[in-house]
Design a binder for this molecule. Sequence first.
Ligand SMILES: [Zn+2]
Length: 412
Amino acid sequence: MQHRRHLDAAEEEIFEYSATVPVIDTHEHIPGSEEDYVRHEITFSDLFCPYIVFDLVSAGMPSEHRSPIGFPLIECGWDEFEPYWNAVKHGSYARPLHIALAELYGIDELSGDNHAQALERINAENAPGLFTRIFRERCNIETAVRCASDLPSAEGLLAGNINAPSMRASAFANLEKIAQEVDAEPLQSLDDLIEVSGPWMERQVANGAIEFKSKAMPVDVPSRKDAEPVFARLRREKTLSEEAVVPLAAYLRELEAAKAAELSVPLALHTGVWNDFRNLDVTDLIGFIQRNPDTRMDIYHLGIPVVRPALQIVKNYPNAYLNLCWAHIVAADMVVQTMREAVDMVPLNKIFAFGADYVFFIEKIYGHLVVARENLSIVLAERVKRDLMDMSRAREILKSWLYDNPKAFYGL
Ligand SMILES: [Zn+2]
């Protein structure tokens, strides 16, 4: 099977150059140290996790249980699995897996005959030294921004983006943990939570956090009046659905934006893709971006599928930035077309072009980076072929997207 996309001469020239450019990987969910990572044995499900599994379920694959990190598990044998795999293996979610298996393990196509042996070999490589081999030697990644509820310890390689209180407000235990982390009394009221949130963010930044993460939410102007009863209900019931907690989460996010500006760190905002994506609509961020002009907004995932409004937002507001993390594999050609339009619309210094967004089997980060480099090369080579820029300018822009812009933005 052919795993690399065919590129013409101009595209190939930029693609080859891209391999020499250092990269800031703006988004990962990997464990916070190599020691923790290699302790985990890579399973068959991990190869397809966290994204291909959702396509498999969408294709009809039964999945009774979820992994400890919340993703569908593959519970059937190869023969039952194969028709679902055939239905999704040509999608862009699957390409990083194909590329990683082919180029790092010499496995051209996963099959009933080779998958067990493939896992054995992958786990034999899953040992100290893997982070350096994949991130630095394979991908030329200088720093990867790792998003979680704690800070990473892989000094130099990983930088920490911490889930903000608004991002974890659907479980009361998560908010209680925030209070504990600043040695505060158990939370009795919304006031208590507000009181600990600021100092908690200060402490995270003092300990090295470079960013906080929240998301787009279906709310216009949040208010204390709407947040108060949701906090009381959450305290009583301990967990609420993502939808039910929105009035509280959106109110917290407003306070976080002000604090992030004070601490000179950006706020990352998930947009699009998952479940009822109308609840993650990038256009719902407009009021929030306007109300917080001093907060730098790191807008993730291109708003997929709401991509054109995402560009318009980044174009209109000086505090809004475009981060292509994950987008290249959600919809490769949608990214190519949108980036064609982005070059026309968006100041080029506000674009961060790569973040892989993986948990385990980090060899897929390399596959994802290949897809991203292809997409960016197609977009920039087209400008060169149309005589709208020369090759040296195309290279310069590519480097700014993969390296200079994110490095400056995160202060790395
Ligand atoms: Zn993510």
